[in-house]
Write a new protein. Structure first.
Length: 292
């Protein structure tokens, strides 16, 4: 069994449980809630709700990364993200920005974002790692192979856990060479990105092996297609995204028990309950082992 990685990322909250990151998509086309929060006033209201439910971070994203999605322009993404980040940050919320673009990250941090969540791990924009290093902000680096339009054409692996581990290690080295402090980096194995449903389950089951990277792990399973496939009806119709929250809570509990640092979710209250239960379960397990 691999040693668990550090439980904290410098510059972010350090509760005695995994963090819960609430999803706030300010897009017209995200797979679960596209269009619901495109209006800035509606988005801010939703961000406040996530905070009220207990979110440690509100993750604001202006580009859909669902399979097949087309990209907005850089300016469109900035226009979607910045007003929401600025308002929520001014109200005291801890906001992360979900972006693959250095310019968007720069503007969001300038307006109060405290974390850059980059699903491309610095591969989509050659300026991202240097920008994050200059901003001195915490950084989530995800396993990624290609943009949404073609990513499912890049799902070939010899051993999916080993390959994800190796590719994340390469990106971590690039981040360190760019002078991003290791204590400010978390990694995300990229559930749903360039992976089949079965490969996603294999990566989750292999979380202990990912701890070998020595960095905190963010896990994002919320409402994703592999859950819809698992819960498909007798005719093979996928369970709709908004009816996958119970399954999301189950994976959240298991990921927290397996040592996740942070859970990214659409359903904050249920996920917060899940990580709290997992944490308490671990305390009880240690107590029983001590008695033995």
């Amino acid at each position: 069994m691999h040693a668990r990685p550090p439980r904290y990322v410098e510059g972010l909250p350090q509760p005695d449980r995994p963090l819960v990151m609430g999803v706030l998509n300010v897009t017209p086309d995200s797979f679960s809630d596209g269009g619901r929060y495109l209006d800035p006033t509606t988005a801010v209201r939703r961000g406040r709700q996530l905070v009220a439910e207990g979110a440690d971070l509100v993750d604001v994203g202006g580009e859909s990364t669902r399979p097949g999605a087309t990209r907005p322009t850089e300016q469109e993404e900035i226009d979607r993200v910045v007003p929401v980040v600025s308002t929520l940050a001014d109200e005291g919320a801890l906001v992360s920005v979900d972006t693959m673009r250095a310019a968007v990250a720069n503007e969001a941090v300038r307006c109060g974002a405290v974390l850059v969540n980059d699903v491309s791990g610095g591969r989509a924009d050659e300026n991202m790692l240097g920008t994050v290093a200059r901003l001195r902000t915490p950084y989530v680096l995800m396993h990624w192979r290609a943009h949404s339009l073609t990513m499912q054409q890049h799902a070939e692996y010899a051993d999916v856990v080993n390959d994800v581990l190796s590719e994340l290690a390469e990106r971590l080295e690039a981040a360190r060479e760019a002078n991003i402090a290791p204590g400010r980096i978390a990694v995300d194995p990229g559930i749903g990105f360039s992976k089949t449903a079965e490969q996603n389950w294999d990566v989750l089951a292999g979380m202990e092996r990912l701890h070998a990277l020595g960095q905190p792990l963010l896990i994002a399973t919320s409402r994703k297609r592999f859950l819809g496939s698992l819960l498909a009806d007798g005719s093979g119709n996928l369970r709709p995204p908004r009816l996958r929250d119970d399954a999301t809570t189950a994976t959240t509990t298991l990921a927290a028990a397996a040592g996740a640092w942070c859970i990214r979710t659409h359903s904050v209250r249920a996920s917060l309950d899940a990580v709290t239960v997992a944490r308490r379960w671990a305390v009880g397990a240690r107590r029983v082992d001590a008695i033995r």
